[in-house]
Design a protein around this ligand. Structure first.
Ligand code: NAP
Length: 301
């Protein structure tokens, strides 16, 4: 059978266009959306990722301030920068980029990003708000999965949906967004036992574990939609997901590629979140209703 490729490119382009148009409209009213990315690592792939956010922001007419504190930055220095950005009215969105220097407690720092500027849903308050349907930004990666499903008109309500991974940045918020859309959600992790026990009868499987080849064709049925969130860099520098794409292609109904799937939509959503944050901060509008936020694009489109 032929497996549909759920590319994120068209959707990402659409989201970037919306961000650009909304940013231009805000600019006409004197509001210039801007985000700040705080970074403290020498890791080359992280710098590459941050540069890609910078380029995308520039193309969308959104300001992007990168604050590189170096690989030996202290928690105190990072906290000082985050407090400054939190109080700075011209900065509407803040991202604290991982990895952080050894000994620096990310969980202590993300709490310094106010929810209204927390465009990547890193503050535990944002996750808590999502859990109870209160105003919050969802992590862009988690929202990206839901947007891809919406873009391809893949129904979620009442479907058996397996999320592999339970991190606070992907698996848990994604499970909350899917629950909000009435999916029957099962969350798997490193202690949940053989994956096929859960995935064999699933309608949708989302893999976000950071393990190359974790899911293969023998784990899924012919009607299954597979979304690959994983990003793993191989020794030869190539980027692959968590899914053994060659074995899933020809078995499952649909599969999102890596690269060109979830990741491309994620960066675009960070821009859209920045514009939404700027609009709400400039007009004192409340944040969008938490988990319902993921329905904004569909409603607008
Ligand atoms: P993480 O914090 O390391 O969490 C990984 C999760 O996978 C954990 O919950 C872990 O279970 C689970 N897991 C590990 N091995 C497993 C196995 N053999 N079977 C089932 N579950 C297993 O990673 P993360 O930050 O959530 O990221 C996950 C992946 O998504 C990574 O590849 C990351 O690079 C990628 N990612 C992509 C984007 C994007 O925009 N495309 C953004 C963020 C992350 P335990 O909880 O039991 O340890």
């Amino acid at each position: 059978m032929s497996t549909q490729s759920l590319s994120g490119k068209e959707l990402a382009g659409d989201i970037r266009r919306r961000a650009r148009e909304q940013s231009r409209d805000l600019g006409q009213g004197g509001v210039h959306p801007a985000l700040a990315v705080v970074i403290a690592t020498d890791d080359g792939s992280t710098h590459w990722y941050v540069r890609s956010i910078e380029r995308a922001a520039e193309a969308a007419g959104i300001g992007c301030r990168v604050m590189d504190l170096g690989h030996d930055a202290t928690e105190q220095a990072l906290a000082g920068v985050l407090r400054g950005l939190a109080a700075e009215p011209s900065v509407h969105g803040i991202i604290l980029q991982t990895p952080l220097p050894a000994g620096v407690r990310a969980e202590a720092l993300v709490g310094l990003i106010p929810p209204e500027k927390d465009i990547d849903g890193a503050n535990p308050l944002s996750l808590g708000r999502l859990a109870v349907g209160q105003p919050a930004f969802a992590p862009a990666t988690a929202r990206s999965v839901v947007e891809i499903l919406g873009h391809y008109r893949i129904p979620v309500a009442g479907r058996r949906t397996v999320v592999v991974g339970r991190s606070a940045v992907v698996g848990k918020p994604l499970a909350l967004l899917l629950l909000e859309r009435d999916a029957a959600v099962t969350v798997c992790h490193s202690r949940s036992g053989p994956l096929e026990r859960y995935t064999a009868e699933a309608d949708i499987v989302v893999v976000a574990a950071g393990k190359t080849g974790l899911l293969n064709g023998s784990h899924v049925s012919a009607s299954c939609v597979v979304i690959d969130v994983g990003t793993n860099v191989l020794a030869d520098g190539s980027l692959v997901g968590d899914v053994d794409a060659d074995s899933v292609r020809g078995v499952a109904a649909a599969l999102s590629p890596v690269p060109g799937g979830v990741g491309s939509v994620t960066t675009a959503l960070l821009l859209l979140h920045t514009v939404e944050a700027a609009r709400r901060q400039s007009s004192s509008e409340p944040l969008p209703a938490g988990a319902l936020h993921a329905q904004v694009l569909e409603a607008a489109g």
